[in-house]
Design a protein around this ligand. Structure first.
Ligand code: SAM
Length: 438
């Protein structure tokens, strides 16, 4: 007898390479991927979607004169696809590190100039005795050894003096250096003190400089491959001035939105990138970092008083689920956690509703909204069918669902840091294509 997982797996359409244009709607698929070019992996982004998804959408639905928007741009996967298919794109993300990553990936860099600037930086930092102390944040000494702090400070000082057009790429290599030389174990997403932290090697200043050189080299290799695509691209990529997907500029008009919104209750992007935010000077205090987190869709930073109130979205099924979490029908957590989680879910869907309303304004008539999101999130034991609920809300506002498929997730590390009793893992990414009706 075969077990249910195996049975389930056999019912998936197993795709090798690209998702075909003629895929039937409602399918469950697995994708065996051809390794992508290096530029995709530049920059830290814990919940990327696979490029095959936006690529599939663009091949199936886009005309050559299409203009698209990604309002939750993350590490810029959609932009890389738009560039390769010569399609104009607008983008935004509320997170400054994501913005840096997208800026870098959409700019042509002279690999020679980067190399020269890096050699100069390393020469100067290696001979400096005195290191300033300009960066401060909570638990800095726990996560960064003293020589590492000095090395990072010296690098910062020199990057700030480098040619301004080269700085974004240098900052991105610096960001990877920060993560690597911290006392986090490789593969850890959140900086949380845990019992299973492995022994961390003692590091010197020169280890920091070596890692920086390593990450610059990685970027250079990526740009040797990527520059030819950028040079050939003659459409337009533009960052919007808005940094919030709930506020899109009124005058903007696009043919399609292609995106993957935040996963409910899965990744706290600000916590996950706390070190980079501070070391790159993207936030200047702990308070500024927390304020940034409040702007995230799916944030858990909600005033206690608000959490006491049971949220009502007006969507019957969703409201029942929100109530189940609130009253701990499936799982009674301690110290107000049920109320908090319930409010997080309520706020997430209300924020996504505001975002859909804004999207309707910027989409042309008949325009598409394609999104990919985890199919189900388990919150306090309550299964929230996120993808289908979002589609239901979108339908209510003036979209019609025209296509969907489910991709089996492999090796996706989401929800790791949470109490396993009340936070489950996401099994599929559901992709849904909506069409604007009027
Ligand atoms: C699932 S990730 C997108 C990943 C992206 N598709 C990629 O492949 O790299 C969701 C993104 O939404 C962003 N985000 C969260 N709240 C936002 C908001 N209010 N406005 C704009 N972006 C937001 C996060 O910073 C994160 O980069």
């Amino acid at each position: 007898m075969i077990n249910t997982v195996e049975q389930q797996f056999r019912s998936y359409s197993q795709i090798v390479g690209e998702i075909p244009d003629n895929l039937e709607s409602e399918k469950f698929i697995t994708v065996e991927r051809v390794p992508p070019i290096k530029v995709y992996s530049l920059g830290f982004q814990p919940a990327k979607f696979i490029p095959e998804i936006p690529r599939w959408f663009l091949k199936k639905y886009a005309d050559p004169d299409f203009t698209i928007l990604d309002p939750f741009c993350g590490s810029g996967t959609t932009l890389l696809e738009a560039i390769q298919q010569n399609i104009s794109a607008y983008w935004l993300d509320y997170h400054p590190l994501s913005c840096l990553i997208c800026q870098v990936k959409t700019t042509v860099f002279s690999t020679q100039e980067i190399l020269e600037a890096t050699t100069q930086i390393i020469e100067k930092t290696s001979t400096q005795k005195f290191a300033p102390a300009t960066i401060n944040f909570s638990n800095k000494d726990f996560w960064f050894q003293q020589p590492v702090q000095e090395g990072l400070e010296l690098l910062r000082e020199q990057i700030l003096l480098a040619e301004s057009s080269l700085q974004p790429l240098l900052w991105l290599a610096f960001a990877s250096t920060v993560r690597k030389t911290s006392n986090m174990n490789d593969g850890m997403i959140l900086a949380a003190r845990r019992s299973h932290i492995e022994k961390i090697p003692i590091r010197s200043r020169s280890d920091v400089f070596q890692y920086f050189q390593h990450y610059v080299k990685q970027s250079i290799e990526a740009f040797v491959e990527w520059n030819p695509f950028l040079n050939k691209f003659d459409a337009k990529i533009q960052q919007l001035s808005s940094q919030d997907a709930r506020q899109l500029p009124e005058q903007l008009k696009v043919d399609a939105i292609i995106t993957s919104p935040p996963y409910i209750n899965a990744i706290d992007y600000v916590w996950a990138s706390k070190f980079e935010l501070h070391w790159l000077g993207l936030v200047n205090s702990n308070q500024e970092r927390l304020n940034l987190y409040s702007k995230e869709i799916g944030t858990e930073r909600i005033p206690k008083q608000e959490c006491k109130e049971l949220g009502k979205t007006g969507y019957l099924h969703l409201d029942r689920l929100i109530e189940d979490i609130y009253y701990g029908k499936r799982y009674q957590a301690t110290s107000g956690q049920n109320q908090l989680r319930s409010r997080v879910v309520y706020q997430y869907f209300m924020d996504m509703k505001s975002h859909f309303l804004q999207s309707l304004k910027v989409l042309k008539k008949g325009g598409y909204y394609c999104f990919s999101v985890g199919d189900v999130s388990n919150i306090c034991g309550v299964e929230i069918p996120v993808a289908s609920l979002l589609s239901e809300i979108a339908f209510d506002l003036g979209f019609k669902q025209i296509f969907t498929f489910n991709l089996l997730l492999k090796n996706r590390r989401l929800n790791l840091p949470r109490n396993v009793n009340w936070a489950g893992t996401i099994k599929h990414d559901t992709t849904i294509v909506l069409e604007k009706l009027n």
